[in-house]
Design a protein. Sequence first.
Length: 225
Amino acid sequence: MLNTFLFVVLPYAALALFAFVTPYRYFSNRLTWSAYSTQFLERKTLYWGSNSWHYGVIPVVVAHFFGIFAPDAMQSILANRQALILLESAGLGLGLFALFGCLVLIVRRLVTPFLGPVTTAGDWILLALLLFQTATGVYMGMFLRWGSQWYLHTAVPYFHSLLLFHPQAEYMSDVPMVFKLHAAGAFLIVALLPFTKLVHLLYVPFDFLKDPPILYRWRSPKAGG
Ligand code: HEM
């Protein structure tokens, strides 16, 4: 029953919300389609939090997708023991980097008085979910070793069944609880995406790597308006 909810109802509900609410928000209120930068209120801690978070989590999530869309290639890469150890270690390092960034972003909002009034309940829920997601991922990386391999025989066929609209929750029914929670957390994040500032990831997501998110220009009286 719980498995059916977590691995059939939840993913399709999340997908439906994502598919319908995202375009609705885009066309009804485009100006809210952003991460609402708080850079001008506090920038030092943001630098450490945001960079560690993004540089850590993006490669890890891309690697998750690689397993889904190219499982055979991933399988043959990981068949080499040295490659497996190298990639798992890199994944764990990046995961820890992302976890550090996420914690910094949370602490920043807790300790910077200016940020209180611009932090919504949605921001807190999103940050808590991302922390949960990253912490459970890092936990698996540390204590349920070689996840990149067992993932190919559990989550990957399960995802393929979801994409073919023939969900087979059985692939996920015997995995450890922390893995179930990690997968369910991902569905919740997808469901919340169109309602929160996470929606910015659909909007030229890699531009922030070369530019600051927003350039603020002050118009001084001298500049003549
Ligand atoms: C919002 C989506 C997700 C985020 C942000 C995320 C994040 C992470 C992070 C930070 C790690 C630690 C990296 C490492 O130790 O290698 C991780 C590991 C892992 N994640 Fe996710 N994850 C997401 C979705 C999923 C989903 C949907 C699944 C499968 C159902 C999944 C399966 C795994 C597995 C098996 C590991 C362990 C990898 C290993 O031991 O090498 N993740 N995840």
